[in-house]
Design a protein around this ligand. Sequence first.
Ligand code: AMP
Ligand code: GLY
Length: 423
Amino acid sequence: MRILLIGSGGREHALAWKIVGSPLCDTLFVAPGNAGTAQCGINVAIDPADHASVAAFCRDERIDFVVVGPEPPLVAGIVDDLAAAGIKAFGPSKAAAQLEGSKAFTKELCVEAGIPTARFGRFGDAGSAKAYVRAKGAPIVVKADGLAAGKGVVVAQSVEEAEAAIEDMFGGSLGAAGREVVIEQCLFGEEASFFALCDGTHAIPLGTAQDHKRAFDGDKGPNTGGMGAYSPAPMLTPALQAQIMREIVRPTLAAMKRRGAPFVGVLFAGLMLTAEGPKLIEYNVRLGDPECQVLMPRLRSDLVAAMLAACDGVLASFDLRWADEAALTVVMATKGYPGPVEKGSEIRGVAEAEEMDEVLVFHAGTREEAGRLLANGGRVLNVTGLGRSIAEAQQRAYEAVGKIDWPQGFCRRDIGRRAVERE
Ligand code: AMP
Ligand code: GLY
């Protein structure tokens, strides 16, 4: 098959690495890709937001299958637009991508389907939102309805902080994403991520992970897209996973089908493991970044065959096999991330890190120029270690990080610490 992968992050390098390992893949293109995906396939300079150009490329290059990595093109309906052009693509339709594109949509669906989640209200103006916050008290969570690249959630410790967040969002700080806000009860517990591969009717588990959202050690500093992750998530026992499938994933698929928007793709459930059981914090409609960088190295089965089965609605008879090993990834970012960063600093030592056994280095914001590897964004590398335990995977990952010579970069030193302490 000739396959086109959409995206340019660490998630896409991990996907590209897995896809080219499939006997079903003859040629892989990545749009737009990074220096890492260029080692797996052919990068093409197409803007994923330009659906017509993507479709034209698919026709010209006789692409058989498109895999969409990030959420913005999914929420913008790229899978529908490709289908209209006769091109098969993996990922949810625009209607189904509302599970990530609109927090209010997901909350309403949870109510309709009896899915455990935080109590909430939705508001179209600041006055009624603030009145609700004053009535409920703090701590309380204020969320912009739409896509906000991880910046749309404020866990407010006081009523004043919540009111300021409401002012900000209705003041336009997040653009159209903040035209409506959802205000939620604050949940307490440990967070974990559960992934399911869905064909519209059936879902099969696609692994578990825990990520680290804050920029600095000890969960300090600003929220980021994710500074590291490990898989499996030890908290998500087989019994808990079965409960999540029964109480959260399957009712969601059934409700989406009833709405005429069957969900095909990867459903990524962000969960809070509360004293009353797992509750849904949010859905994403794609693999996580950096969670994908620890899931793909553990997946033994053919991902391309699995994604095709999802598109064809035949997942019920499908089974995925996983390595027993654990994986842990450390994100290396340019100093200043998640704020503005300077591009173009040189990175050395990646080859030395990659030479290590049980280590994979996935690129995110990188580019190559005259044989030199340069940083090209905020999150730049994902250094993944594998091992019999999370502790062993962690040790390998940090040993590999130590081989990378990049004075302009930084990483957290405590990825996986809590899990290792429990082992
Ligand atoms: P999200 O962008 O929806 O993943 O939210 C970002 C982070 O905010 C989550 O990973 C949680 O740590 C936190 N969060 C979101 N909703 C809640 C909630 N209802 N209670 C407590 N924490 C929350
Ligand atoms: N790491 C969280 C996400 O991909 O949304």
